[in-house]
Design a protein around this ligand. Structure first.
Ligand code: RB5
Length: 143
């Protein structure tokens, strides 16, 4: 799968860990930053990953910041993005199954690297359940 990933300064170490893990699993990873030594504004990176997803340069996106909250708020401003903030494997699985989330957001100050890795695996390996399609259509209509 083609995965675009980005973080702000609060999640640089988690991003490096996850990029390595995703590449090892055979994914095509587009790492959109940020640089390790810079303090940055998370909306800029949310916009970059969301843009990659809506233009289909990436199949899915991953956004990391301190809590994951800022990234999820920002990414969800982009039409066509369904960004889900998750903290555990169950919410990550349901983000695919119920919400067809095309971006996963994780807080590096909240979830450790192993939990984050397992969340991503659950999210990528779970199929969307079409029984929830009408609800997603209502969300799209709100856009
Ligand atoms: C940066 O200090 C922090 O605000 C950011 O990483 C994130 O947690 C925002 O939601």
């Amino acid at each position: 799968m083609r995965i675009a990933i980005a973080s702000d300064h609060a999640a640089v170490h988690l991003r490096a860990h996850l990029v390595e893990s995703l590449v090892r699993q055979g994914h095509d990873v587009d790492d959109l930053g940020c640089d390790a030594d810079a303090r940055v504004d998370y909306p800029d990176f949310a916009a970059a990953v969301a843009g990659a997803v809506v233009t289909q340069q990436a199949d899915r996106g991953i956004l990391l910041c301190g809590t994951g909250i800022g990234m999820s708020i920002a990414a969800n401003k982009i039409v066509g993005i369904r960004a889900a903030l998750v903290h555990d494997v169950t919410t990550a699985r349901l983000a695919s199954e119920h919400n067809d989330a095309n971006i996963l957001c994780i807080g590096a100050r909240i979830a450790g690297p192993l939990v984050a890795e397992e969340c991503i695996t659950a999210w990528l390996s779970t199929a969307f359940d079409p029984r929830h399609r009408a609800r997603l259509a209502k969300i799209a209509a709100m856009e």
